[in-house]
Design a protein around this ligand. Structure first.
Ligand SMILES: Nc1ncnc2c1ncn2[C@@H]1O[C@H](COP(=O)(O)OP(=O)(O)OP(=O)(O)O)[C@@H](O)[C@H]1O
Length: 674
């Protein structure tokens, strides 16, 4: 059928294929599906177009009109989890560009054709858990090049597990089916819980040996052995070849001049130094040193669009103007640091604009076009707590990302670095404001990048910059699809969540764990050992906080620099419990992002009331008997940030002693705040 429907017509057609669709009452003619706050429920949009359908738990049943879905050209994922759909698997395989299908917890049944996934080359996540699928696990799953999460548990799949050997596969669950035979060697990295509940399965993860060899007819064992030997020889040869190639490439690379600013470390950062970039594209063999002085504007505009991408910067956000590599090359540069995913340099261009250039080591997961699309998507995000990239440079073996330089630096630096004036300003209200800003930014990312299993992926205090007013700005978000899958665990902090570190299970809850670590870091003022790979140094903030909470020693945990703000202890404790709930080792028990955000938003309101209650008693001593209920009292205003006293006159508000009889100085008072 032709592509003739508008998005809203297509979605209404989809809705009409459902039999129970009461939860979709925002889907009506006359309104637009993607319109900020008032858009239709269950949709994620980008630039006014539907990218993801999220109808989990909407109580839906009936049919799913895939023809209607075909009209949504930008659709990347569909979730209909936890509904009442039944019958055979819908023909989502006609939507070849989907990245994720989430069908878990419905009543789908029957066999899935073995070639069902053959034309779904963009898929990354397949969730079919807790349905009633039967027959073999479709072998075409092995053809999805970048499959990363495959959940088939709690169905009735039978037969052997096909050899799914994509190195990208980070999460797998086939438990509670009727599978049999040997677990393919490519899947032995997963543990027993992945496979349990399948009587006939055997192999290393389950700790039971397969007896297949003994039952094989004579001769087949030899064939297997020789087959294995051939595979081993081929693999060894391939590894050897790779080592040789890598060695040659590395030694050549050393000789070539690259974005070589290392010398700057020895020099004065103010000095004007030459930054050289090797040229890619057609004349890549020769290093191209550009050090001719000239007007930076001479190249302006040349880097816009894809035309000059091979050798120049692609500006994806021109808020700071348009600039090219030549402008960076002539800039005075300074090394900022060398993180787990690359190194960062500050470059001040001739026009005075200061930027940070990040050289990303492990960002080779995508080809040029996909990389371009991903970065543009990240750059299109707009939120006051997000710092989007300005430009990128793409070469096969190196990527550069350019950001606006933020002078105040990172939260990491302010908390643990020098004790300059900005550090002194990190009082409690400022810290709470920072946490709330981080939460807002995370909420935004989890909505806008909801299709990603870890929308931020690298939240830690060095990736939180601070505006002059201490508003947090999140950076290095959304990198998960860009990073080489095998390096992701090393490069991204979200992989430190216990379930990711131990079982390779990644989900948005990994970001919640990272948020929890930042919260505990802000409250305790300690550098978390979780940031270190070596396990040496830092404080295991999760362990420390949990044991102090268990022993009712919470007050000892707070950074001495904020602990003196005694009338805010209630707020701090509240936030501490949120931090602890975000760092729960079991992801099922851990807060989810939206709940964490909601609770963070509430810290101040409830904590504030508590403060006022605590401070009202001393001033009641001055003759409350006469003036009650017209009482003047002093309350420490926890919002002014200075711990100062503010006089408030309580006139007509209700005032209740929590003990019976006359108010006394031992009482707690609860009263309404105007
Ligand atoms: N736009 C920026 N403005 C100011 N400082 C920045 C900016 N971007 C990064 N930085 C700082 O530069 C330093 C080095 O950053 P880099 O990203 O290389 O390391 P990292 O954040 O420690 O680790 P990772 O590579 O995992 O993100 C960090 O302290 C970071 O806070």
């Amino acid at each position: 059928m032709g592509s003739s429907l508008t998005e809203s017509e297509a979605l209404l057609k989809l809705k009409s294929s459902f039999t129970k669709a009461g939860a979709l009452n925002s889907w009506v003619n006359g309104s637009l599906p993607c319109q900020g706050e008032v858009g239709w429920d269950g949709l994620v949009c980008s630039n006014g177009l539907v990218t993801d359908i999220r109808l989990g738990g909407f109580g839906l049943s009936g049919k799913i009109d895939v023809d209607a879905l075909l009209e949504l050209s930008y659709l990347r994922s569909i979730s209909i989890m936890s509904n009442n759909f039944s019958g055979p698997i819908p023909e989502f395989n006609r939507l070849g560009s989907l990245r994720a299908i989430y069908l878990s917890r419905n009543r789908f049944s029957g066999e899935i054709p073995s070639d069902y996934f053959a034309n779904m080359g963009s898929l990354k996540k397949v969730y079919l858990s807790s349905n009633m699928f039967t027959g073999k696990i479709p072998s075409s799953l092995a053809q999805i090049p970048r499959l990363s999460e495959l959940l088939l548990d709690n169905n009735q799949f039978s037969g052997t597990i096909p050899s799914i050997d994509q190195p990208t596969l980070a999460a797998l669950d086939v438990e509670n089916n009727n599978l049999e035979g040997e677990i393919p060697s490519s899947l032995t990295k997963f543990n027993a819980s992945t496979f349990k509940g399948n009587g006939g399965l055997c192999g290393e993860p389950l700790g039971n040996e397969c007896k297949v060899a003994a039952e094989q007819p004579a001769g087949s064992k030899n064939t297997n052995i020789s087959k294995n030997m051939i595979i081993a020889i081929v693999v060894a040869a391939a590894v050897l070849l790779m080592i040789i190639v890598v060695t040659i490439v590395r030694s050549r690379k050393k000789k070539r001049d690259e974005f070589d600013v290392l010398e700057h470390e020895k020099r004065n950062s103010e000095e004007h130094v030459e930054v050289r970039v090797s040229q890619s594209g057609s004349s890549r063999k020769e290093a191209n040193s550009i050090h001719k002085k000239g007007s930076s504007s001479s190249r302006r505009g040349s880097n816009h669009g894809k035309g000059n991408m091979a050798v120049d910067l692609v500006v994806v956000n021109n808020e700071k103007g348009v600039f090219g590599l030549s402008d960076l090359m002539r800039a005075s540069a300074e090394v900022l640091g060398n993180g787990s995913s690359g190194s960062a340099y500050k470059a001040v261009m001739a026009n005075g604009v200061a930027v940070v250039v990040k050289r990303m080591r492990e960002m080779n997961a995508l080809g040029r076009d996909q990389f371009d699309a991903e970065i543009r998507q990240l750059a299109s995000l707009q939120h006051w707590n997000i710092l989007p990239p300005l430009a990128y440079h793409f070469r096969k073996d190196e990527k550069l990302l350019v950001y606006e330089y933020i002078p105040k630096g990172s939260l990491l630096y302010l908390l643990h670095g020098d004790r300059g004036p900005s550090h002194a300003e990190l009082n409690w209200p400022t810290r709470l404001k920072i946490v709330q800003g981080i939460a807002e930014g995370m909420g935004y990312l989890h909505t806008e990048l909801a299709y990603s299993s870890i929308p931020h992926g690298n939240l830690k205090s060095s990736n939180i910059l601070l505006s002059p007013d201490f508003d947090p700005l999140l950076i290095d978000y959304g990198f998960f699809p860009l990073i080489n899958p095998l390096d992701a665990a090393q490069a991204l902090f979200a992989f430190k969540a216990p379930e990711a570190a131990i079982f390779g299970l990644i989900s948005p809850k990994c970001d919640v764990y990272s948020l929890g670590i930042v919260i505990l870091e802000i409250l305790t003022g300690k550098y978390p050992s979780q940031y270190l790979n070596s396990n040496k140094g830092g404080t295991d903030v999760v362990e420390w906080v949990n044991s102090a909470i268990a022993d009712h020693r919470q007050s000892e945990l707070f950074d001495p620099e904020i602990a003196s703000s005694r009338n805010s202890i209630g707020e701090m404790k509240k936030l501490l419990h949120i931090g602890a709930a975000c760092t729960e080792s079991d992801p099922e028990q851990r807060l989810d992002m939206m709940e964490a955000i909601r609770r963070i938003e509430e810290v101040q309101v409830e904590g504030g009331q508590e403060d006022r209650t605590m401070n009202v008693v001393p001033s009641l001593r001055d003759g409350y008997e006469d003036s009650f209920p017209q009482i003047t009292f002093e309350a420490r205003n926890s919002y002014d940030g200075l711990g100062g006293l503010s006089r408030t006159r309580l006139e007509s508000h209700s005032f209740v002693s929590q003990s019976s009889g006359r108010p006394s100085t031992d009482d707690n008072f609860v009263f309404a705040i105007p």
